[in-house]
Design a protein around this ligand. Sequence first.
Ligand code: SAM
Length: 266
Amino acid sequence: MNPVHHPRKRFGQNFLADKAIIEKIISFVNATGEDNLIEIGPGKGALTDFLVSLCPKMQAIEVDRELVQLLKKKYSRFKDFLVHEQDALKTDYANFKSDSKLRLIGNLPYNISTPLLFQIISQIELIKDLHFMLQKEVASRLVADPKTKEYGRLSVIVQYHFKVLPLIAVPPSAFRPIPQVESTFTRLVPHQKKPTVAFCEKLLNQIVKGCFQKRRKILRNSLDCPQSALIMLENEIDLSRRPEDLSVADFVKISNIVHLKRESNK
Ligand code: SAM
């Protein structure tokens, strides 16, 4: 094994190097020995060093083979610590199922954070909470309100499923190599009781995706549904509005009306 690991750009390797930030992160995560804790992208172990002491049976998913070897060696005294050499985007999180739900933590490579969030949402019933380092811009999209430029598909779908809490603003200087962007360490907790419930979440996803693909168009022209459903919707929602003007609850309402219309046509 090469003892000197050179950061790989293609794996988004900007390692945490700021002790004060690392301590804050560890304190916010508040890991215990009972947790079903999975770290995504442990790298050289900046967070793992602390997490594995608090939760010795934690597991990690790392795509870089060289780092996997390094981590196995570094934490060999923790007999229950497992590091899986795999891609977090191709991971079936049901494989980590146990009596307690999953707590996922990671200083994520920026290029995987959005697809990873959508993938995790597809298995959300497994999740207790997420603590992710995200590009500031992505974190802003997660908490964005309607009528803002950050508001879009990611905001609606994530806010439908999670309570989102930005915890720490992290400057580029906290990483090595230093990235071009600012970061926000963010907590996402699935709603125990959703503020609004979609009868069919697949349909909600389709509608939100379709609408934001035609962001500038008014709903009447961007909604991909039969004329009869549009007529029903017209009574409930002002279809001259644009997708970015609608709240999460509005999207759920549209999705539920279209769903009921479809069901009644069966
Ligand atoms: N946690 C370490 C730290 O804070 O110093 C490393 C963070 S670095 C930003 C991202 C880590 O995720 C790297 O170790 C990288 O190899 C790993 N990684 C990149 N893509 C991945 C993927 N698709 N699945 C799992 N790990 C990945």
